[in-house]
Write a protein that binds this ligand. Structure first.
Ligand SMILES: Cc1ncc(COP(=O)(O)O)c(C=O)c1O
Length: 398
């Protein structure tokens, strides 16, 4: 018997954090582990942002902040949405949070009643379904595969909508697949949503700036459904600020106020220093973002060429984010040198960690077991070495 709640017992541990932890444990034993499991840029926060944070401390921005964030940060976010996305939001529609992760959780908890359905295309970011579980909602998955570039069709969306559907949530560019929906594809999905006014759309745009395809398109750009779209975004990926914990939503006023209420009873306003740093991130423009994007573009090509050469691995060329999601199911049913059977993607990820000393993440935790996720937010040198090791280790399976 345990005294822990049913709620926490029913919750899965984050697979990405688990693989990263296992990798760190091996590294602590002196083993040269290459981590391709973590979802963060391998760059440092831009200098001007760090300077702004230091100044914030000296200027005593050290007190509680308004729950939805400092007004000047919210105004800077509204300005960004206008300039970069051509979207009109008043600053009262912006709620700043302790990272996009908290914003996602806030939105789900403020919209979803027990038993209501949340449609999630697979593969999806690990925490989506667990957040729905915490809200006592029901996740309804729409499966996609590499042939479909991991994107759903309007027909699939419509077939998944029921009278119980409350929310549809997705990320574009997508973690874990890197897929990006085009304007035309989003317009077609928006047409379906037009027919179902009870359905809200949670658009996770955290990888907005790591898009190699074209300009970023937000589904909120379709006026007919804008009022039902909640944009979630943040500073972690664009400005290499994962540790600062700074995210936000842009939504209709009622949803924004409800998010503020939720946050007011849980975490309050996020860190004052991080908020001042966030303002500086916007002030300096997108130079450092552009530099990061160019590096990711080069590494994407590097990993693509190397992955294509590995027998049994099927890959596509992702349009955004910094992940590959190759299909690896041809290795299921094979054995390692000790006779251990590879039954699924988690077994394969563990085998690659122990045999090749490369940390990846099994696709099962993203809702599709036939794949693994490889992050290319690592140096060129490490990527070349890691892919070499993976190739050798996979060839040993028989
Ligand atoms: C798709 C997606 N959404 C949200 C987040 C959370 O970002 P944040 O660091 O702002 O909480 C991540 C982080 O990995 C992500 O990949």
């Amino acid at each position: 018997m345990t005294y822990l709640s049913d709620r926490i017992q029913g919750l899965s541990e984050s697979a990405t954090l688990k693989m990263t932890k296992l990798g760190r444990e091996l590294a602590a034993k002196g083993i040269n582990v290459i981590s391709l499991s973590i979802g963060e840029p391998d760059f440092n926060t831009p200098e001007n942002v760090k300077e702004a944070a230091k100044k914030a401390i000296d200027n005593n921005f050290t007190h509680y902040t308004p729950v939805p964030g400092y007004p000047d940060l919210r105004k800077a976010i509204a300005k960004k949405l206008k300039l970069e996305n051509n979207l009109d939001y008043d600053f009262s529609q912006i709620v700043v949070s302790t990272g996009a992760k908290q914003s996602l959780s806030n939105v789900i908890l403020t919209l979803v009643n027990p038993g209501e359905e949340v449609i999630i295309p697979t593969p999806y970011w690990v925490s989506y379904s667990e957040m729905v579980l915490l809200a006592e909602g029901t996740s309804v998955f729409i499966d996609t595969d590499i042939e479909a570039d991991f994107k759903i069709t309007p027909a699939q969306l419509e077939a998944a909508i029921t009278p119980k559907t409350k929310l549809f949530m997705f990320s574009s560019p997508c973690n874990p697949t890197g897929s990006v929906y085009s304007r035309e594809e989003l317009a077609d999905l928006a047409k379906v949503f037009e027919k179902y006014p009870q359905v809200f759309i949670l658009s996770d745009e955290i990888y907005e700036h790591i898009n190699f395809k074209a300009e970023h398109v937000s589904i909120a750009e379709f006026d007919s459904i804008k009022d039902r779209v909640i944009i979630v975004n943040g500073f972690s990926k664009a400005f290499a600020m994962t540790g600062w914990r700074l995210g936000y939503i842009a939504a209709n006023k009622e949803i924004a106020a409800a998010n503020e209420k939720m946050q007011g009873q849980t975490t309050s306003g996020t860190c004052s220093i991080a908020q001042r740093a966030g303002i500086a991130a916007y002030e300096d423009g997108l130079d450092s973002v552009q530099m990061m994007k160019e590096s990711f573009l080069r590494r994407r090509q590097l990993v693509y060429e190397l992955l294509k050469e590995i027998p049994g691995v099927k890959t596509n060329l992702p349009d955004g984010a910094f992940y590959f999601f190759p299909e690896i199911s041809s290795f299921f049913g094979k054995k390692d040198a000790q006779g251990n059977l590879i039954n699924n993607s988690a077994d394969l990820a563990l085998y690659l960690l122990n045999e090749a000393h490369v940390a990846t993440v099994g696709g099962d935790s993203f809702g599709n077991d036939n794949y693994i996720r490889i992050s290319y937010a690592a140096s060129d040198e490490n990527l070349i070495e890691a892919l070499k090791r993976i190739k050798v280790a996979l060839a040993k399976l028989s």
